[in-house]
Design a protein. Structure first.
Length: 198
């Protein structure tokens, strides 16, 4: 018998990741080969580099869920063969890794951060980079509203450290009545109105 309440289950990282993956995987599957060199809202990455980075994140955070070390220094090259389907498979493994007993307990990663904070980081990457890739390739993308609320709370606390580490850019100004996801994008240094140049 599952002794977790519906509310507790709904806030588990694995549950949120499953929701994020359901929105991100169709975007990755929809990327055409002729779009891999296109620019993205992340100025340092084209579509190929960003998809490769996201693939690396999805794989490495499986290890972090199990309290193992992850190497982000290695240059990734995952976009070979049937990489879109392998991304979907690895994303399912990511969800399973964070659903394992103890995944959200204790600390994880070289920085010794709380495990749930680490889980929120990969949740944010899966959500925000899916938007990056969708915006760069003209694909539809709409994040889950409840998930955005969780990320706003988590990233609000993480933002100063993330900027010092160069993970987030400087915040972008948005209107007081901006949509929550636009606020989240701006918090990470993205322009919510970004579109590819002709």
């Amino acid at each position: 018998m599952n002794d977790k309440t519906e509310t507790e289950t709904g806030t588990r990282i694995s549950t949120l990741l499953r929701t994020a993956a359901g929105r991100a995987v169709p975007v990755v599957r929809g990327i055409r080969d002729d779009q891999l060199g296109a620019p993205t809202p992340c100025a340092a990455y084209d579509v190929h580099a960003l998809a490769d980075h996201l693939f690396q994140v999805v794989v490495n955070f499986q290890a972090l869920a199990a309290k193992r070390d992850a190497d982000f220094g290695a240059a990734p090259e995952h976009l070979t063969g049937e990489w879109r389907e392998r991304f979907a498979q690895e994303t399912a493994r990511l969800v399973a890794a964070w659903d394992a007993p103890g995944a959200e307990e204790g600390t994880s990663g070289a920085m010794g951060l709380p495990a749930r904070t680490v889980g929120s980081m990969v949740l944010g990457d899966l959500t925000v980079h899916a938007w990056d890739l969708a915006r760069a390739t003209g694909l539809p993308y709409e994040p889950d509203a409840a998930l955005v609320g969780v990320l706003l709370a988590e990233f609000g606390a993480l933002a100063p450290t993330a900027r010092r580490m160069g993970v987030f850019g400087d915040p972008v100004a948005v209107a007081p009545d901006a949509a929550p996801f636009d606020v989240l994008l701006a918090l990470t240094g993205r322009d919510p109105g970004w579109t590819p140049r002709p």
